[in-house]
Ligand binder design. Structure first.
Ligand code: PLP
Length: 391
């Protein structure tokens, strides 16, 4: 069987995939079906933050799978409650809704903001240009990239978009009908754009002044990716709602919408639900992920991130075609003045998996377990890519 041909025959063609079949993974490495080993600096788009098939996560999954894989949310589920308590204790006081993906976590946040605004006729939500919030209809509508909207109009109404990091522009969009602002502390798909501290602080102040909700989409930035457990902790700005998914359960599907205490009463019985949301095996894995992400683990990942950034900045100084390096922790991007796809391909051939977003931004999202030695390996391959392309 030729797997790639079969995929083209039997699967809807929504992904333009690399010509590569990935067969297994361990920590920061993946192997293709021919046995070639790659250093993975993409981590399934920031999913395997604690490393692929982390042995502690695998053990937790095994234990839970032998005990209880699924029951309906019509009943109480121990792993859900324990995980929710641990998540709240690790962030801010409130309550959690558990789902299975990032888009669902954001859908829940959007629904909650709508429900809260409903009595006052407030349903508009301010979002930002180049944001990414998911592919369901409401989260697509919240996404500030028109290329994803094309062909799916009419969208869910009343999302309005301001340029990222432009507080004055966001302020201008506020009307008597604005219910919330949704923002990624570091835009991921949009090109690894960190929010400035003044911007997030300013959004917090606007939300407080106009009684709007501040929603942080930490689906990509959460779980240690930016060097702290959650990115908001570095900004000193606490949102009213935080959404999480991706690396939350170490590779199993799990989404979480964490809602501040003052909003706990907005949803009542029947307002929201999900068959798989808070699956016990995913929750058991997520509990283990939280245990792995200790302050010492995060400090080490921050140091590796700083080392990597330093190495990337040295490349910027040597090659004029590299415009800048940006990001936080181990979420780093490098903007080029030419399309990055050939560099991605070169790296792949040399056994390094990286990604390019927005056509010209190389995006690096290694597992947080990478070492300086791994970073040196990646930097050497990148250097060779430039030498070869003679840019
Ligand atoms: N929000 C952000 C910031 C993301 O990066 C993503 C996925 O890339 C999503 C939402 C959507 O998550 P999912 O693909 O799990 O629905």
């Amino acid at each position: 069987m030729n797997l790639i041909n079969e995929e083209h025959t039997y699967m809807l063609q929504t992904y333009k995939r690399q010509n590569l079949v990935l067969a297994r993974a361990k920590d920061k490495y993946v192997w293709d079906s021919r046995g070639k080993k790659y250093l993975d600096f993409f981590s399934g788009i920031s999913v395997s933050n604690v490393g692929h098939c982390n042995p502690r996560v695998v053990a937790a999954i095994r234990r839970q799978a032998g005990k209880l894989i699924h029951v309906s949310n019509h009943y109480y589920v121990e792993q859900q409650v324990q995980f929710a308590a641990e998540l709240v204790n690790a962030s801010f006081p409130g309550q959690v809704f558990l789902s299975s993906s990032g888009a669902e976590a954001n859908e829940c946040a959007i629904k909650l903001a709508r429900k809260r605004g409903h009595p006052g006729g407030r349903y508009e939500i301010i979002s930002f240009i180049n944001s990414f919030h998911g592919r369901t209809l409401a989260t697509l509508s919240a996404t500030g990239q028109m290329k994803f909207h094309k062909g799916f109009e009419p969208l869910v109404p009343k999302f309005r978009f301001a340029p990222f990091n432009d507080l004055a522009a966001a302020k201008k969009l506020i009307t008597g009908k604005t219910a919330a602002i949704i923002v990624e502390p570091v835009q991921g798909e949009g090109g690894v754009n960190p929010a400035s501290r003044e911007f997030l602080k300013g959004l917090r102040a606007l939300c407080d002044r106009h009684d709007m909700l501040l929603i942080f989409d930490e689906i990509q930035t959460g779980m240690g990716r930016t060097g702290t457990l959650f990115a908001y902790q570095q900004y000193g700005v606490t949102p009213d709602i935080m959404t999480l998914a991706k690396s939350l359960a170490g590779g199993l599907p799990l989404g979480a919408t964490l809602v501040a205490k003052k909003l706990q009463h907005i949803f009542t019985y029947g307002d929201h639900g999900s068959t798989f949301g808070g699956n016990p095996v995913a929750c058991a894995a997520a509990r283990e992920v939280l245990k792995i992400l200790t302050p010492a683990f995060l400090a080490k990942s921050r140091a590796t991130g700083a080392y990597f950034r330093h190495g990337l900045e040295a490349l910027v100084r040597r090659y004029p075609c590299i415009k800048e390096v940006r990001g936080r922790g181990l979420m780093l991007g490098m903007e080029l003045d030419f399309p990055g796809k050939d560099i991605v391909q070169f790296c792949l051939e040399r056994g390094l998996i990286i990604n390019c977003t927005q056509d010209r931004v190389l995006r690096f999202l290694p597992s947080l377990t990478v070492t300086r030695h791994d970073v040196d390996t990646a930097l050497k391959i990148l250097e060779d890519a430039w030498q070869t392309s003679k840019k």
